[in-house]
Ligand binder design. Sequence first.
Ligand code: 5GP
Ligand code: ZN
Length: 113
Amino acid sequence: MDCIFCRIVAGKIPSDILYQDEEVVAFRDINPQAPVHLLVIPKKHITYLADLTEKGTPLVGHMVSVANQLAKREGISESGYRLVINCGQQGGQLVPHLHLHVLGGRQLSGHLG
Ligand code: 5GP
Ligand code: ZN
């Protein structure tokens, strides 16, 4: 198993896990780009968002729902936050295991890339 995030799911790499259920795990990003920077990932290894078919829609919906709940818990729900999924090389995806970034706690730039 050489996927970093699969290793986090398996508990083989320590991480600051905030939430988990049968489908997803959420933890703090090791190199935060904002005061709140969380990652929500599926437990199942999916490399790219682009690999998902229509069948993946409930999973992505659940990831967004978990992100919303954690944003509330982190106190950024009212001030605002950003959800980002990078896909592939030009999308800036460095870790090849699907993940949703939750960023907030400061004014984020209007630039998206
Ligand atoms: P990407 O550029 O692939 O969308 O984002 C990958 C994110 O994973 C980066 O923000 C990076 O800081 C984070 N990351 C990479 N390795 C680890 C790790 O071992 N633990 C945690 N908590 N985050 C990681
Ligand atoms: Zn993986």
